[in-house]
Design a binder for this molecule. Structure first.
Ligand code: SAM
Ligand code: ZN
Length: 284
């Protein structure tokens, strides 16, 4: 650390080596034991240790992140973001100043960026994909993007006021550790008809949308306080949007080449969004 590397703030981030809090300096984060993590030139930090990775490039790849960025920038999912903001504003716990908000699996940052304009606070986006953190921090500022695994969230105990998870893996034990006693969780999960028309093109037989892995269906530590359902129809009116939507979903991994060709011939696709927002409080 140089003499010109000033202390900027004490953050709620924790050191992945010793769990002490990390302090932000101009160019790095450092804990009291001297473990330090550079701030990348785009502004994100990588707290994912190589011995904790299950692959050399975990999470969404560059193509998926670019597709997500292109798609979200066209505003198709603004109704989801608007409902998230509404749910957030009406459930904010007013006990903390500054409010500490963390999105887990934040992708390229669209939702947390729109959320941060709703209320003052410190905003963090965590994703296991370094492409996600890089793409997010290049465009969106005043949010700390962190490469880390949701299984071991890198925050000090009981420090997070609002934990958000949108269509992303969620691990209850890890959330329990970092959430403040008065904290809340906002989770968005797809319901049966979500992206039904896309699934009808991709599969011979359309199954009920499986509940994704690790959502809080039977929460052990949290209490379901409220739900809100979004039903919305939109039309994708060009091939690029159809391809981008496809590439940002888990169907990207499991679709046959035939079906990909079929999708490539479409110029229009009506799409149903059906999503449930769930608000959980900490159960103690
Ligand atoms: C379906 S995307 C959703 C991204 C964003 N929430 C959105 O809706 O635009 C899921 C995200 O979770 C990330 N992810 C997957 N496993 C993860 C883990 N164990 N810890 C943190 N992030 C993870 C992926 O890299 C990806 O960016
Ligand atoms: Zn340390």
């Amino acid at each position: 650390m140089s003499d010109f590397d000033f202390l900027i703030e004490q953050s709620i981030l924790s050191c992945p080596v010793c769990n002490n809090s990390l302090q932000k300096h101009e160019k790095l984060y450092i804990c009291e034991n001297g473990h330090n993590f550079d701030i990348a030139k785009q502004g994100y930090i990588n707290l994912l240790q190589s011995n904790k990775k299950h692959s050399s490039d975990p999470g969404d790849n560059k193509n998926m992140i670019n597709a997500r960025r292109n798609f979200l920038e066209r505003g198709y999912y603004e109704p989801i973001s608007n409902l998230l903001n509404e749910v957030f504003i009406s459930n904010i716990p007013h006990l903390s100043n500054p409010l500490q908000v963390v999105e887990v699996g934040s992708g390229e940052g669209y939702y947390i960026n729109r959320l941060k304009d709703c209320h003052d606070g410190n905003y963090y986006g965590v994703d296991i994909s370094k492409h996600a953190a890089k793409t997010a921090s290049t465009k969106y500022h005043n949010i700390t993007f962190v490469v880390a695994n949701a299984v071991e969230l890198p925050f000090i105990n009981n420090s997070v006021d609002v934990l958000i998870s949108l269509f992303s893996p969620f691990y209850e034990e890890s959330a329990k550790k970092v959430l403040a006693k008065h904290g809340i969780i906002i989770q968005a999960v797809p319901l049966n008809n979500h992206l039904l028309e896309l699934r009808q093109v991709l599969y011979e037989k359309v199954n009920i949308n499986p509940i994704p892995k690790n959502v809080l269906t039977q929460a052990k530590y949290f209490k379901l306080a409220a739900t809100k359902i979004l039903n919305h129809s939109l039309q994708l009116s060009d091939q690029a949007s159809i391809q981008d939507m496809f590439s940002m979903t888990p169907h990207y991994w499991k679709t046959s080449p035939d079906k990909i060709r079929e999708l490539s011939s479409l110029q229009k696709l009506d799409i149903t969004l059906e999503i449930e927002f769930r608000i959980y409080t900490n159960e103690d």
